[in-house]
Design a protein around this ligand. Structure first.
Ligand code: TYM
Length: 334
């Protein structure tokens, strides 16, 4: 049995990108043999400014959405990162293992900090070390993510390797990213060259998992396209990022290949295609929002699920991190 770990930031509402790129894979994986641990990474959220009350609310909301998507507490461990101190303890050790040069190469840091590198928090810079700690604190070896996280996972492997080398041990295992090829990168509905993101200032750029049927239909109707009809072959979508993205979304949500989608719609304009895309999305997404509202109506129940998850997570991570602390020469705590 292997152990699976993944996380999501409770900043804003989960999008269709989060769902197709990661969450639906989590739900599928929890049916298998491996032990699954899914984490609301609230410490990562703090790397950029969060209103305290909003962060609390969004953490519960993200928990409700994950449950509504099908994460089952009896099959998976679901908890919030800050509740298990092992993450921060191991992250500190990794801050002292990772090299400045490694972190400076992280494209997500460069994108997020932009020209503002002197002004962003130091947390944003060491963000990938905390992410490595999240995974290695559980000796997890399989990590289901969208492809924007792959560079961070390579870094997590580099950190593990350097730790093992420096301390002459084979303590942290290598991790393997699990990426769903078809939907590894869902793009913005307004710009097919940009990732769909919960932090994009334009709500029109994304489908939120809480959007109602009307909102989903309207966003798809208004989604950017180009004037040409849908082509016959997938390679003819090259250079047409918006068309490619919508075909990819339709394929992922209906379980078809892009090739099958094009066989059906080739030669058609975007009108009829968008109508069917909206219908498929509504059938899939709207019930998730409804179920999430039911979970949110019972915050005590939600907190109970998260606390129970945190207890189970702590029981796995604490001894592993205690051993890492011993290996680097720290005296045991009380
Ligand atoms: P976050 O919160 O940005 O995203 C959560 C998951 O959703 C995937 N994703 C996408 N997939 C396809 N298309 C998109 N447009 C899209 N947008 C987001 C992400 O790849 C991710 O899998 N650093 C992570 C959270 C994290 C983590 C971890 C993940 C912290 N610790 C340990 C794995 C293991 C993040 O910010 O994800």
């Amino acid at each position: 049995m292997a152990r699976i770990f993944s996380g999501i930031q409770p900043t804003g509402i989960a999008t269709l990108g989060n769902y197709l790129g990661a969450i639906r894979n989590w739900v599928a994986l929890q049916q298998g043999e491996d032990e699954c641990i899914f984490c609301l990474v609230d410490l990562h959220a703090l790397t950029v400014w969060q209103e305290p009350a909003a962060l609390r609310e969004q953490t519960r909301q993200m928990a409700a959405l994950l449950l509504a998507c099908g994460i089952a507490p009896e099959r998976s461990i679901l908890f919030h990162q800050s509740a298990v101190s092992a993450h921060a303890r191991l992250a500190w050790i990794f801050n002292c293992v990772a090299r400045m040069g490694w972190l400076k190469r992280m494209t997500q840091f460069k994108d997020k900090a932009g020209k503002n590198q002197e002004e962003v928090s130091t947390g944003l810079f060491v963000y990938p070390n905390l992410m490595a700690a999240d995974i290695h604190a559980y000796h997890a070896t399989r990590v289901p993510v969208g492809d924007d996280q792959l560079q961070h996972l390579e870094l997590a492997n580099d950190i593990a390797e350097k730790f093992n080398h420096d301390f002459g041990v084979a303590f942290f295992p290598r991790i393997e990213p699990l990426v769903l090829k078809e939907s590894a990168r869902v793009m913005s509905l307004r710009d097919g060259t940009k990732k769909m993101s919960k932090s994009d200032p334009s709500d029109q750029s994304r489908i939120n998992l809480t959007d109602t049927a009307d909102v989903i239909a309207q966003k798809i109707r208004k989604a950017k396209t180009d004037p040409a009809p849908l082509p016959e072959h997938v390679h003819d979508l090259e250079g047409r990022p918006e068309a490619r993205n919508l075909v990819g979304i339709y394929a992922a949500i209906t379980g078809k290949t892009p090739h099958e989608v094009l066989r059906h719609f080739a030669g058609s304009g975007f009108g009829p295609f968008k109508a069917q895309l909206a219908e498929a999305l509504i059938a899939h997404i709207e019930p998730i929002g409804q179920r999430a509202r039911e979970y949110l109506a019972d915050p005590t129940g939600l907190d109970h699920i998260l606390r129970d998850g945190a207890r189970r997570a702590e029981a796995i991570a604490s001894p592993i991190v205690a051993e890492a602390e011993r290996l680097v020469g720290l005296l045991p705590g009380v």
